[in-house]
Design a protein around this ligand. Structure first.
Ligand code: UDP
Ligand code: MG
Length: 311
């Protein structure tokens, strides 16, 4: 008898008590029957009954595994935990709110069976995604592509399939500022892209507040690029050049004309402007320095309080 291949499904959950039962039912319905499977629910420090719901699901089905964090460690770290513990021949990650339709899973598997080692998905935008979300994510991907050398497609989602070969490599990544949407395209391997139509959130509200999104975006940029650090070099050259030209003019005005005026406006403007730029550049350097500081501690990405994956 041929051994059945196993699919690991990874689902990060943060306050998803209302979605999970429906999600689980829908998911199981779309997992092809000719594979063995496990579903790993990662409870990312939910403050509602999410964990209870997961425990109930696990009671009825031995394929359902859970990892519960000691507090909220964030979506990317929840994904990392899933990747760390996944034991399948491939791992599929998707959101618990049904925005990543499980109906697309058979297609991801089909591409994997064709030989692709990473199957990405991109969100084909439509009306259920708010205008501001579309705009902010559009700007974000644009900046990411400009600043880093990683080609992240617009609307790339954390809904993807990766082969166990890739999974093994991914386990070696222990950086604290994880940004899988950048890491995955960076990794190489044979990659495919499947577009999908995002659904409206099934229940609850988005867990990505504007603040979290901004943090995610800066972390995304600074994890993949040191180009912002170079900005001060370019600006420095530019201002040195301008200052030189202005100096020539000022000397000329002083020596050869009687127009060497008491220039309060020009002095105050240049002092404030250059001061502002200085602070900005210091801030950018500080951002990287802070990251170095945190990364250097080598703290674990997450702490597990309960799981049925380790006996
Ligand atoms: N999530 C998480 N930890 C967090 C924030 C979100 O595990 O700190 C999970 C959340 O439960 C969901 C997925 O990550 O399954 C995506 O979050 P959400 O749907 O809120 O983001 P959006 O789709 O609005 O970008
Ligand atoms: Mg969502």
């Amino acid at each position: 008898m041929e051994l059945r291949r196993k699919i690991s499904v990874i689902v990060p959950c943060f306050n998803e008590e209302e979605s999970l039962e429906t999600f689980n039912k829908t998911l199981l319905q779309f997992l092809p029957g000719n594979y063995d499977y496990e579903v790993i629910y990662v409870n990312d420090g939910s403050r509602d009954n999410t964990f209870q719901v997961i425990l109930n699901l696990a009671k009825d089905n031995q394929h359902i595994k859970y990892i519960s964090f000691s507090r909220n460690f964030g979506h990317q770290n929840a994904l990392k935990a899933g990747y760390d513990f996944a034991s399948g021949d491939c791992a599929i990650s998707l959101d618990a709110d049904l925005q990543h339709p499980p109906a697309v899973i058979p297609e991801l598997i089909a591409r994997w069976e064709e030989g692709f080692e990473i199957v990405n998905t991109i969100r084909a935008d439509h009306d259920s995604i708010s205008y501001t979300k579309k705009l902010s994510s559009g700007i974000f991907y644009q900046i990411m592509r400009k600043l880093s050398d990683v080609n992240i497609e617009n609307g790339m989602a954390d809904f993807r399939l990766i082969d166990k070969k890739v999974l093994k490599q991914l386990k070696l990544f222990s950086e604290n500022y994880l940004f899988f949407r950048g890491i995955i395209p960076w990794m190489g391997f044979r990659q495919a892209i499947v577009p999908f139509k995002a659904n409206e959130r099934f229940a609850g509200t988005t867990k990505y507040t504007f603040k979290k999104m901004l943090k995610f975006a800066t972390s995304g940029v600074t994890s993949f690029s040191v180009k912002p650090l170079r900005l001060s070099i370019y600006l420095g050259f530019m201002f040195a050049f301008l200052a030189f030209m202005y100096g020539l003019y000022a000397t000329y005005a002083f020596l050869f004309t009687d127009q060497a005026v008491t220039g309060w406006t020009s002095v105050i403007l240049s002092v404030l402007f250059v001061g502002g730029i200085n602070l900005l550049m210091l801030g950018i350097i500080g951002e990287y320095l802070g990251k170095l500081f945190i990364e250097n501690k080598r703290r674990p990405n997450y702490l597990i309080s309960e799981t049925n994956l380790i006996e």
